[in-house]
Design a protein around this ligand. Structure first.
Ligand code: ATP
Length: 371
């Protein structure tokens, strides 16, 4: 039986549509080879260009499609030249996180062979940062108190969200261990030595850790974590942290990976999940067809893996993995990457190279026909 999944697709702004188009083509090519799952894509508008045309950044109808879909693919959003009346940027992705309660921001940090990185590395790096994405220091976003003499913002950490966040993180470590990608270790990143709120966060982490004796659980202060991410990034597996700490550390992670062009992300809740590249809409290169599509493609790979795990469809998990490995093979080869990675390909050319890798992989997997 074929199980169909509806994917809500937000093309976004700037380079958004340029990187989304070939990513959807790759997903279609993968699904066409399978008989146990299929994908249908529903394009929905949102973002800064849409706001400029209609006065709406995230129309209710788009939100409705997103709510009913099985997963949401979102490209880069926002344009510096288009803002709300109060001067803040248009960011439907943040609205989606809040409206769909996407508390777990998953930010993989992977440095494969041949990947450009500012670090001098002997070994590959493969860890995941889980950033709480609905509360923490972003809780009072847009509602901070500012007078002439002082400004206040509120950090909020709740038991309910923290419990779900830690449960998710331990589950992720378990899956990574089972697939041979990690030793099964979860690190709680906080500032429990200074703030009571983080001691509370840590105590809830310890409660969840006690339920997983087969995994290793430890703690690290956020400042030391920043240092260790540079000095010994190979030692991390899954790290979990508060919203603002996660915001900062995930950009550090992207820097280690050689820039935003290779940093994928997922924002996951109990019922919904959004998959989106970490970079912005890059208006300086939009319209030229030269944007690096790999962060978008790697986000789509995470989507396949997430759907496969949740619906118990091994071929989807395999396709997610194959897509990631195909991107890594193109990066290692180096000749068919986009300019930001030192290659000469345009956006479509880089995706064509990924498709070529996928075809080679599937050919070599085919069993020889018996004589
Ligand atoms: P935002 O605030 O919306 O997250 P940003 O300030 O981080 O955006 P980006 O839009 O991500 O800025 O762009 C930062 C720089 O990185 C720009 O010079 C842009 O051209 C480059 N860049 C971002 N994404 C890509 C990409 N996919 N391919 C090539 N270059 C990119």
């Amino acid at each position: 039986m074929t199980q169909n999944f509806e994917i809500a697709v937000f093309d976004g702004d700037g380079i958004g549509p340029e990187i989304m188009g070939p990513t959807v083509d790759l997903l279609r090519a993968l699904a066409e080879r399978r008989s146990d799952y299929s994908l249908s894509f529903i394009n929905v508008p949102a973002g800064a260009s849409h706001y400029a045309q209609t006065g709406e950044s995230l129309p209710e109808a788009s939100l409705d499609v997103a709510r009913k879909s099985d997963a949401i693919l979102l490209s880069a959003m926002g344009l510096p030249s288009v803002r709300y009346e109060d001067g803040t940027e248009i960011s439907p992705q943040i609205e989606l996180r809040k409206k769909l309660q996407l508390y777990a921001g998953v930010r993989p940090v992977r440095i494969a062979k041949g990947q450009r990185t500012p670090l001098k590395l002997q070994d590959e790096v493969d860890f995941v940062l889980v950033r709480e994405s609905t509360e923490g220091l972003f809780y009072s976003q847009g509602a901070g108190e500012v007078t002439h003499t002082e400004a206040r913002e509120t950090l909020r950490i709740t038991r309910d969200t923290s419990e779900k966040l830690f449960k998710f993180s331990f589950e992720l470590a378990k899956q990574r261990k089972a697939s041979g990608r990690g030793p099964g270790r979860v690190t709680c990143v906080d500032k429990a030595n200074v703030f009571r709120a983080f001691a509370f966060f840590r105590s809830i982490f310890d409660e969840e850790a006690a339920k997983h004796p087969e995994l290793t659980a430890d703690h690290a202060y956020v400042d030391a974590t920043a240092l260790w991410m540079v000095e010994k990034p190979q030692t991390f597996d899954v790290m979990v942290t508060e919203n603002m700490f996660g915001d900062i550390l995930s950009d550090l992670g992207a820097g280690l990976m050689g820039g935003l062009g290779l940093a994928p992300s997922a924002d996951i809740g109990d019922d919904h999940a959004v998959f989106q590249p970490c970079h912005g809409s890059a208006p300086d290169i939009a319209g030229q067809g030269i944007a690096n599509p790999f962060a978008m493609v790697l986000s789509a790979a995470m989507m396949l893996e997430w759907l496969g795990i949740n619906h118990n469809i091994q071929s989807m998990i395999d396709d997610g993995n194959a897509l990631r490995l195909a991107v890594e093979a193109v990066i290692e080869d180096g000749s068919k990457t986009t300019r930001d990675l030192g290659g000469k390909s345009d956006t479509r050319g880089a995706c064509a190279a990924v498709l070529e890798q996928l075809s080679c992989a599937s050919l070599s997997e085919q069993k020889p026909v018996p004589a």
